[in-house]
Design a protein around this ligand. Structure first.
Ligand SMILES: Nc1nc2c(ncn2[C@@H]2O[C@H](COP(=O)(O)OP(=O)(O)OP(=O)(O)O)[C@@H](O)[C@H]2O)c(=O)[nH]1
Ligand SMILES: [Mg+2]
Ligand SMILES: [Zn+2]
Length: 359
């Protein structure tokens, strides 16, 4: 297998330079088990593990290999096995806050060019969830494309598509049926290019694996028979896996995400997903407007005259709060500053109260 067909390019060749002298080879992570990996390389498929040194040097889980990563591997003589010595810098990464209380960064996929955000046009359909996915996608560096699957179950897929387009900030939106369309790969051809990496993300049961099988042309991935009663799949896919399509693109199937908590999303990213909201905020009279009751608040005005949808405004606020939370968690200094800022606000409020009551 040629490296360029696995997505290798000048960026990674440059990153690999320090390792060129030894008996190291570059390889790409195709499958991640608990403590083991399957790699694709010029030497074919390799079962691999991290060296103890790499395990100990990694300060956080996110520094260990994830699906889509390029790694520095050393072959074990006479075996289709390798040891992973290092992870090359990532061009892009799709992360979320790990489920549970620990809440560290979890890499869902690395070096992804395009992310297909898959929703189904059934009970799963939810504009607010699509906004959340788009926010994480813009942050990842990958190009988002929204796929509205199961168009066969919707009375007017074109209308749904128009509705999603109105909140998608320019990301392409397609309605399709992975199960019923004669050739679902046709509409996706602009992204299914040789050596390009595409990750499919979305809730369980929306049809990610069904679509991947159609793109591969074989039933490689298990798909679930849905229970018609509640329309939910049961996490049929359990591993993230990178697979090559006949067109030469590399697709990553992922288990359905139950929750997608933001991880370290830069402030500007929310403005990208919510360009319309950001434009209103910019027009408020006061720079520190809280958009509650200040005079000259453009947000309140837009909510009043209906030019800003209330649910969209709530969605923006919710994501902004979550972003602030993740940022505090990721940066203790910021957390302390934030605490100090709150203390100041509370002190000022108490002072105002005292002044009012004259004591
Ligand atoms: N009606 C209809 N059903 C579909 C379509 N695409 C997929 N399905 C069905 O939806 C169910 C779930 O599909 P999967 O491909 O397993 O879903 P998934 O997103 O991979 O789910 P997880 O692996 O659990 O994350 C299966 O029964 C599919 O047959 C479609 O276009 N139309
Ligand atoms: Mg699946
Ligand atoms: Zn305001």
């Amino acid at each position: 297998m040629h490296l360029s067909s696995l997505g290798w390019d000048d960026f990674f060749a440059h990153e690999f330079q320090p390792f060129n002298s030894g008996d190291f080879v570059p390889a790409r992570v195709a499958l991640e088990h608990k403590h083991a990996y399957e790699l694709l390389s010029a030497h074919g498929g390799l079962a691999a593990e991290c060296t103890c040194r790499l395990l100990h040097a990694a300060a956080a889980r996110a520094e260990l290999p994830a699906v889509g990563d390029w790694v520095v591997a050393r072959l074990r003589p006479g075996e289709p096995r390798a040891d992973i010595h290092a992870v090359l810098s990532r061009k892009t990464k799709f992360s979320r806050r790990a489920p549970g209380d620990a809440g560290g960064e979890q890499i869902v996929g690395a070096n992804i060019d395009t992310v297909f955000l898959v929703t189904a046009l059934d009970q799963d359909y939810n504009l607010r969830r699509i906004e959340r996915y788009l926010t994480v996608a813009w942050e990842s560096g990958a190009q988002p494309v929204v796929l509205l699957n199961k168009s066969d179950l919707h009375a007017d897929p074109a209308a749904a598509r128009a509705e999603v387009e109105s909140i998608a900030s320019g990301a392409p939106v397609l309605a399709l049926s992975a199960a019923r369309d004669a050739d679902p790969a046709h509409a996706l051809a602009p992204w299914l290019l040789p050596g390009r990496t595409i990750a499919l993300l979305g809730s369980s049961g929306v049809g990610k694996s069904t679509l991947i099988n159609r793109l591969l042309g074989v039933a490689h991935q298990a798909t679930s028979a849905m229970s018609a009663a509640h329309g939910k799949g049961r996490h049929t896919t359990t591993h993230r896996e990178l697979l090559a399509t006949p067109s030469g693109a590399l697709v990553i199937d992922t288990p359905g995400l139950r929750e997608l908590q933001l991880w370290d999303v830069a402030a500007g990213t929310l403005d990208e997903t919510f360009a319309d909201v950001a434009a209103f905020v910019a027009r408020c009279r006061f720079g520190d407007c809280t958009h509650r009751s200040e005079p000259g608040c453009a947000v309140q005005a837009a909510l009043d005259d209906g030019s800003l949808d209330f649910a969209r405004w709530q969605s923006f606020q919710k994501l902004a709060r979550e972003q602030a939370y993740a940022a505090r968690k990721a940066d203790p200094r910021l957390a302390r500053e934030n605490q100090a800022a709150w203390k100041k606000i509370h002190r000022a409020a108490r002072a105002r109260l005292r002044a009012k009551h004259g004591d």
